[in-house]
Design a binder for this molecule. Structure first.
Ligand code: ADP
Length: 606
């Protein structure tokens, strides 16, 4: 059931107004099957508990009859008479409690395991999606699938089994005992109950939609707060505090208004349902009393009837709540399964690789055309051709937004070219194993290095899982990072990342370089690696980069022209293709685009 879903421009992902995808029962079954034994046991226990609940009102009635009979007799006689029904009832209560414990515990186990396995499978499925998928999907949405949707699905699933089974059985069973007790009273109940439950369900649906609106409004207020607090420097710099506070106030007021209306609705609902339930009790006793007067009903029967009808009411109410929950759970589940089924066009693994001893690192871009899947009508590269000779540094320059980083992304196979091929030592990279290409051949150092929330040691080891400590130290030395890392009190065990020690841009960059060097890549991509740094940090990083570049094919993407003078070849990217190429001196002499760029930057610099 590996349905492929191409990310075509005609069907944006996610679709703007998501059509409800049908729930994938076969896929759900694959998660459920391993838990089948526990699930069946839970179902049997839940049925048992429900049947006992049907039995309890009848036993209670018998007890009341004994009580009523002995009401004016002697205590010893009463005690003798009452023992049997009391013990029987007590036994049923205990058994019922035990069964309830059993099915809830089993169901919790089944639910957690199914949900856990779904989470793990979904996470792996997400991680193997292509980069274009992430361009088109917000991270928050994916995290919501992993957490909220699976949670919702699990709750509904558990509720459907426990409440659904139980309430259904109880409703049917209790109606049977009601009918056996008194067909007349049951007929009356049959008229009153559906009307009340129907009205309750209607009001309930209205309240739920109001509650959803209120929640959405609260979320809107949260977005405003999140944006303002997260970007407090910008807010401060523009003296926008009052304006932002005003925005937040408006959203909070709107949320408060909706929530108050919701509160009013809930209050009315509670009041009305209390009235209805008490009315039913009163009506039953009133009509039952007249039946008792006519000797058609014993006090115990009336008691049984009251309790059984309460059970029916409770069951029907929980079924009506369950309906809404199950609908929501199914659509949550459908969203999760839809992602689970999604197969990326390019798998993470599979394909040929070149043996290390014959790998030279010559890269050719042959007549590449490309536009991003999310912006199909907008060509970024058009007939772009460039050769990177082994062990040489080729720089790409050009205006910002010209497609320089895109060239690097294509080489990493984050995207597939619309036309043309990229070859590594003559092999089309489309035929090579992507994980080998990314994991062992290409080292990538970007403008904004990302460190994970763990130690420096592990962050560097990310480049080559399984590398020894000595290899990590060596890579760090090569990247000019060993010195400053050792100057930290915890050295290589310093925790960095969002919750760890704050590192300067230059330090982060050198750790990222060490990480890239650890795999000893034949090809190194440097995407504006120094452009976010100040002059001093830039020097330290530049020194590390120069050292890293020796003996490798380097694709240098540069914004600042000062960093590329030493490149063996400079290619100027304009209108999606290489407009001119040569060494710094050649290009200057030619007096074309490059000379113009240099002239402009020098002027800006001075
Ligand atoms: P450069 O590196 O030369 O500054 P880029 O390669 O980053 O240029 O971008 C080239 C063009 O592609 C720009 O117009 C940019 O807006 C667009 N672009 C870059 N990344 C994406 C993406 N992930 N999805 C859609 N368009 C993109």
């Amino acid at each position: 059931h590996a349905a492929r879903r191409p990310l075509t421009p005609q069907s944006p992902w996610p679709p703007e107004s998501p059509p409800e995808t049908p729930f994938d029962w076969p896929l759900f079954w694959t998660f459920l099957r391993p838990q089948l034994l526990a699930l069946s046991a839970a179902v049997v226990l839940a049925l048992g508990a429900a049947l006992l609940n049907v039995r309890i009102p009848v036993l209670l009635g018998q007890l009341v009859d004994v009580v009523a009979r002995c009401a004016r007799g002697h205590v010893p006689a009463y005690l003798r008479e009452v023992r049997r029904p009391v013990l029987r009832l007590l036994a049923v209560y205990c058994l019922q409690g035990l069964l309830t414990f059993g099915y809830i515990a089993l169901l919790a186990r089944v639910g957690e395991r199914v949900a856990g396995n779904m989470r793990k499978a979904l996470f792996s499925a997400l991680l193997r999606q292509e980069v274009a998928f992430f361009d088109a999907t917000r991270t928050g949405q994916l995290v919501a699938r992993l957490t909220a949707d699976i949670q919702e699905f699990k709750s509904s699933f558990k509720l459907a089994i426990s409440q659904g089974l139980r309430s259904g059985t109880q409703t049917v069973g209790c109606f049977v005992s009601l009918y056996l007790l008194s067909p007349k009273l049951t007929g009356l109940l049959l008229v009153a109950l559906p009307a009340l439950v129907g009205a309750g369900a209607f009001i309930g649906a209205f309240l739920r939609s109001l509650s959803r609106q209120a929640q959405e409004q609260v979320a809107k207020a949260t977005v405003v707060a999140d944006e303002a607090l997260g970007n407090v420097r910008t807010v401060r710099a523009f003296a926008m505090e009052e304006q932002q506070a005003g925005l937040f106030r408006a959203e909070v007021d709107r949320a408060g208004h909706l929530s108050e209306r919701l509160g009013l609705g809930i209050a009315a609902f509670q009041g009305l349902s209390n009235l209805a339930l008490n009315g039913i009790v009163l009506g039953t006793i009133f009509v039952g009393g007249s039946l008792m007067a006519g000797d058609q009903l014993s006090p115990g029967d009336l008691m049984s009837f009251l309790v059984a009808s309460q059970t029916v009411q409770r069951s029907l109410a929980s079924i009506s709540i369950l309906m809404g929950q199950v609908v929501r759970g199914l659509s949550s589940g459908a969203r999760v399964f839809e992602l689970l089924r999604l197969e990326p066009p390019v798998p993470l693994q599979g394909g040929a690789s070149i043996p290390a001893h014959s790998l030279r690192g010559r890269i050719c871009f042959n007549h590449i055309s490309f536009s991003y899947p999310t912006r199909p009508g907008y060509p970024v590269l058009q007939d772009f051709s460039l050769t990177l000779p082994p062990c040489q540094t080729v720089a790409i320059v050009g205006p910002s937004g010209g497609g320089k980083s895109t060239v690097a992304a294509l080489l990493e196979r984050f995207y597939e070219p619309t036309a043309g091929t990229i070859t590594l030592d003559g092999h089309d990279i489309a035929s090579l194993d992507p994980s080998w290409l990314r994991g062992q051949v290409i080292g990538f150092i970007s403008q904004e290095p990302v460190l994970f929330g763990t130690t420096i040691m592990e962050n560097i080891r990310f480049g080559k899982p399984g590398a020894s400590d000595a290899e990590v130290y060596e890579a760090a030395r090569l990247a000019n990072a060993d010195g400053f890392i050792r100057s930290f009190p915890q050295g290589y065990d310093t925790v960095v990342g969002e919750r760890g020690t704050a590192l300067s841009g230059g330090q982060k960059q050198r750790i990222a370089i060490a990480r890239a060097l650890l795999k000893d890549p034949a090809v190194l991509i440097l995407d504006e690696a120094t452009s976010a740094l100040d002059a001093q940090a830039e020097r330290a990083v530049q020194a590390a980069l120069d050292r890293a570049a020796t003996g490798r094919t380097v694709l240098l993407i540069a914004h600042r022209l000062s960093t590329i003078r030493g490149a063996n070849l400079i290619a100027v990217l304009a209108h999606g293709r290489v407009a001119e190429a040569g060494t710094h001196e050649e290009l200057l002499r030619r007096g074309g685009l490059y000379a113009e760029l240099i002239r402009r930057q020098t002027k800006e610099g001075s």
